[in-house]
Design a protein around this ligand. Structure first.
Ligand SMILES: [Fe+2]
Ligand SMILES: [Fe+2]
Length: 262
């Protein structure tokens, strides 16, 4: 099956791009299943009920989150009400929602896990151990397992990917909003990329007005962020997974503006 993973969708521009183009992208690339990171979809980051509903309606099968999960006051409601929206599995156990989702598509069963790294990030529970626990819970219920590892450093991501190589069909990174050029199939058959990148305004820093981020770093003063304006680029990766073996057979990076979508 062909799995499309979409990098952090940022603000109203990223959302509108997905609403308008995801159907076309799914058809053009014959996508069977789509997973997208939605931690930055709301204006304040996080996600709202309307945004979750619209993303699912336009063709996102599972929405993963990250360190911005609870930046919006509706995020907890979303996690409780939408089983297709998952948050990092290594949040405290009392946290709203779940860290994984399993779906039976008839011919194949797919499980998606979301975890978060700890280097230069919030000190959550161990992502390795909590992912192991989630894998133990879903491995008999899913033929294909995909993990979004939301994480800052490529070293933590790659160590995580090698640790779970062969135990998951696909592991992709999110969070940095910068697509990496290391899409590959690991020795145990796991498809991998360190970061999918960002679906948002390209002429920006992380989707924020570049002038404001430059000012922040130059003056070291607090700066109020505003969303950038301009052309939106889609950033993601396609993983072809053999449904019998659960191994990835091909990985293809995607990075384009809407001009390339017919
Ligand atoms: Fe993000
Ligand atoms: Fe993040």
């Amino acid at each position: 099956m062909r799995i499309l993973a979409v990098g952090d969708i940022v603000s109203s521009d990223g959302r509108e791009y997905i609403y308008n183009n995801l159907g076309k992208i799914r058809r053009k690339y014959n996508i069977d299943y789509c997973i997208a990171n939605g931690e930055n979809t709301a204006l304040t980051n996080g996600i709202t009920v309307d945004i979750a509903r619209n993303l699912i309606d336009c063709g996102v099968d599972v929405i993963t989150m990250g360190n911005h999960t609870f930046s919006n006051k509706e995020s907890g409601i979303v996690l409780n009400d939408f089983e297709r929206v998952i948050r990092p599995v290594n949040y405290p156990p009392e946290t709203e929602g779940e860290g994984y989702f399993v779906e039976d598509l008839g011919n194949v069963r797919i499980g998606v896990i979301n975890a978060m790294g700890r280097v230069n990030m919030e000190p959550l529970d161990c992502p390795f151990r909590e992912t192991e626990k989630a894998l133990a819970k879903i491995k008999d219920k899913a033929d294909i397992i995909v993990i979004d590892f939301h994480c800052e450093t490529s070293s933590e991501k790659l160590a995580f990917a090698h640790y779970f190589d062969g135990k998951a069909s696909v592991i992709f990174g999110t969070h940095t909003h910068i697509q990496t050029a290391d899409a590959q199939i690991l020795s145990g058959g796991t498809g991998y990329i360190s970061d999918l990148g960002m679906t948002g305004v390209r002429d920006s820093v992380l989707g924020v007005k570049k002038e404001l981020i430059m000012e922040m770093y130059y003056t070291r003063k607090h700066v109020r962020f505003e969303k950038a304006e301009g052309e939106v680029w889609f950033s993601g990766c396609i993983f072809d997974v053999d449904e019998k073996t659960g191994k990835t057979t091909n990985v293809e990076r995607l990075y384009f503006s809407d001009k390339e979508i017919i």
